[in-house]
Design a protein around this ligand. Structure first.
Ligand code: UDP
Ligand code: GLC
Length: 382
């Protein structure tokens, strides 16, 4: 099947890393069209997936844009839409992976007469989006998409609650190449030494730096943990959240935690870094649509504590394969971290169990089969 995948981002966020795995089996005769250049393009090229940057100018609509801003951006989009329509005629199906890709993909699907599949990576609620963006997304999906692949039950439920058609949406979780998360012990010890963390209890946080990802909650929490507990914050501000980064640095200084919080920036050795940790935290203060980092922690055999909302609740069963805490509550998080410091054997059992179950549940081969079946059905319909 020839697929034109569309994604607005040049940067490798979770939705893009998910797309990388989905596009691989179709690499021979498909194309990923991006609306911005960046490291994601390079990553696709390294994986031998054909990619073209279709727009070089950034599209200026944000998650909280007003109707006026959204309409103003449409003019800006005309050359891009024309290009996508031309490309789309060479493919069987358009697969939009982000919201701006949905807007462009919907119009291209109409003009090029190609079916549109939308991979929904977001919880479509006012906690994440302006009312205008929600209305535009739901209207376009209902009118143009024949299939919506939701990354969790939580994303599916929010879609339907926002007015999305219930009969076109199917849940497919992110898939993972499980062998990539098996890291030799010697590499882990070396990395600990290199970072000067050999004797520490390392709490890891792996996410772009963004207010809703809640890194500040973890910083507040470790102020209430023993001296030996050290945090690594892995990730960068991918979408212009520089002010938040400054706030995080100020918080660390104000709490006197300079020696206990390390900012490592964006890294491409996540499995190694995760395996080095004693505990991995997820602290989003708005419902997480899925939460790749939670599954990745499990695949590395590491205990994970996640914020109890959205897709995270489908991944973690409290006390069985990880821990759940109330979002936006540093005291509760500190308590769980302290329990994990004291009960290393008990949490090891939980982490081992999580590794086994996650390896089966999120195996990329099985997930890709599910996607393939859905796409074949779409092709047959058209
Ligand atoms: N990630 C990465 N390098 C970093 C920080 C994060 O490669 O420095 C990856 C992480 O391993 C995960 C993805 O980025 O696969 C983030 O996906 P997630 O679903 O957790 O959150 P999102 O940012 O998509 O909302
Ligand atoms: C989005 C969501 C994240 C999810 C990822 C992959 O970036 O924010 O929760 O894990 O997509 O579906």
């Amino acid at each position: 099947m020839k697929i034109l995948f569309l994604d607005q981002s040049g940067k490798p966020g979770g939705a893009e890393l998910c797309l990388l795995d989905i596009a691989k089996p179709y690499a021979d005769n498909s194309l990923v069209g991006l609306f911005a250049d960046g490291d994601f393009r390079k990553l696709l090229e390294t994986n031998h997936i054909p990619v073209e940057v279709l727009a070089t100018q950034a599209i200026k609509v944000r998650k909280q844009s007003s109707l006026f801003q959204a309409l103003a951006s449409l003019g800006q989009l005309t050359p891009l839409i024309n290009k996508v329509v031309t490309r789309a005629k060479e493919y069987d199906l358009i697969y939009a992976n982000t919201q701006k890709a949905l807007v462009v993909g919907a119009l291209a699907s109409f003009f090029a007469r190609r079916p549109l599949v939308y991979h929904l990576h977001d919880i479509l609620s006012t906690e994440h989006f302006s009312k205008t963006n929600l209305r535009v997304a739901i209207t376009l999906i209902n009118r143009f998409a024949s299939l919506v692949i939701a990354n969790s039950q939580a994303s599916k439920t929010a879609f339907i609650q926002a007015g999305g058609k219930p009969d076109i949406v199917k849940v497919v979780y992110n898939g993972f190449e499980t062998k990539n998360y098996q890291i030799p012990e010697i590499d882990v010890q070396n990395l600990r030494q290199k970072l000067g963390l050999a004797e520490k209890f390392i709490v890891g946080h792996f996410s772009r730096l963004s207010p809703w990802k809640g890194q500040h909650i973890l910083i507040n929490a470790i102020a209430e943990c023993p001296e030996n507990v050290t945090v690594i914050l892995v990730g960068d501000a991918l979408f212009g959240e520089d002010e938040y980064v400054q706030e995080l640095y100020q918080k660390v200084t104000a709490l006197g935690l300079e020696n206990r919080v390390k900012f490592l920036g964006f890294r491409d050795d996540i499995p190694q870094l995760m395996t080095m940790c004693d505990l991995i935290t997820h602290t989003s203060i708005a419902p997480e649509p899925f939460g790749r980092v939670i599954v990745e922690a499990m695949l590395c055999g590491k205990p994970v504590v996640a914020a109890k909302a959205g897709g995270a609740m489908e991944l973690v069963e409290d006390g069985v394969n990880g821990f759940l805490v109330t979002p936006n509550n540093p005291q509760e998080l500190a308590q769980v971290i302290n329990t994990c410091v004291q009960e290393k054997d008990k949490i090891k059992k939980i982490a081992n169990h999580a590794k086994i179950t996650a390896s089966q549940r999120f195996d990329v081969k099985i997930i890709n089969q599910q996607i393939q079946q859905l796409l074949k059905r779409e092709q047959r319909k058209n």
